[in-house]
Design a protein around this ligand. Structure first.
Ligand SMILES: [Zn+2]
Length: 238
């Protein structure tokens, strides 16, 4: 199966709410990728914004939903996980790298915009906090938390891996996403339109609710529905 995940699965994991009334996004203008690459002031602004969320991201822990997905992988049922989330919690829970597609990148790494080097963010946040200088790579390139910024293209290799998984899966389950951000939401649809049964679990409406290719639509907290369904399915199998 292909599992597609959005922000609704990280509820209860201590992830800051970016879109809510007190969300970071409502207090700050986003820094666009082009500005980051061309302006030192924009780089400082972006690192400042990321630093603000860093403590919460660093302390966040996977929940029952992330762990249930890992149980599916260990049972040999998982073709892949495609996530919109940047919290790194699938990896922390134990989903293997080759199964995981992080469409919008991850806060768990920083990435050089010149040579592509990726590494742990701690020392770069520490250095930025002390010096207020945006961190540089050994090659001289700009380091940026490895998330996709506004105005930045998604990585074509990442998109290709997502497409491969969607073309290969024979069941697709979307968890905790309003399915309103594209191209992300096109991947579960790609699997469903090939005839794979399509299950959507989300609290509140999604943009795919009215589509004929949706097999089962469950409304509610993903954490209250999905882990117990996985347990039931796997114990029946055993
Ligand atoms: Zn570099």
């Amino acid at each position: 199966m292909l599992i597609f995940t959005g922000a609704g699965i990280s509820t209860g994991s201590g992830i800051p709410d970016f879109r809510g009334p007190n969300g970071v996004w409502n207090r700050r203008q986003p820094v666009y990728f082009n500005d980051f690459m061309t302006s030192e002031a924009a780089r400082i602004e972006h690192w400042d914004y990321k630093l603000e969320g860093w403590r919460a991201f660093r302390d966040a822990r996977p929940n029952h939903v992330h762990h249930a997905i890992v149980r599916l992988e260990r049972a040999g049922k998982l073709r892949g996980v495609i996530t919109q989330n940047i919290d790194g919690l699938h990896t922390l829970a134990g989903t293997s790298t080759e199964k995981l597609v992080e469409l919008h990148g991850t806060n768990a790494l920083v990435e050089c915009q010149t040579c592509g080097w990726r590494g742990a963010p701690e020392r770069h946040f520490d250095s930025f906090r002390r010096t207020r200088k945006p961190p540089l790579c050994d090659c001289g390139g700009f380091l940026k938390p490895a998330t996709i910024s506004f105005g930045q293209n998604l990585d074509p290799n990442v998109l290709a891996r997502a497409q491969e998984a969607a073309l290969d899966a024979d069941l697709v389950i979307a968890l905790g996403s309003t399915l309103s951000v594209y191209p992300a939401a096109s991947f579960p649809l790609l699997a469903a339109e090939r005839g794979a049964p399509y299950i959507i679990i989300n609290r509140g409406a999604t943009e795919h609710d009215e589509l004929g290719c949706v097999t089962l639509r469950l409304d509610g907290e993903v954490g209250a529905i999905f882990p117990s369904a996985v347990n039931a399915a796997l114990s029946r199998e055993a």
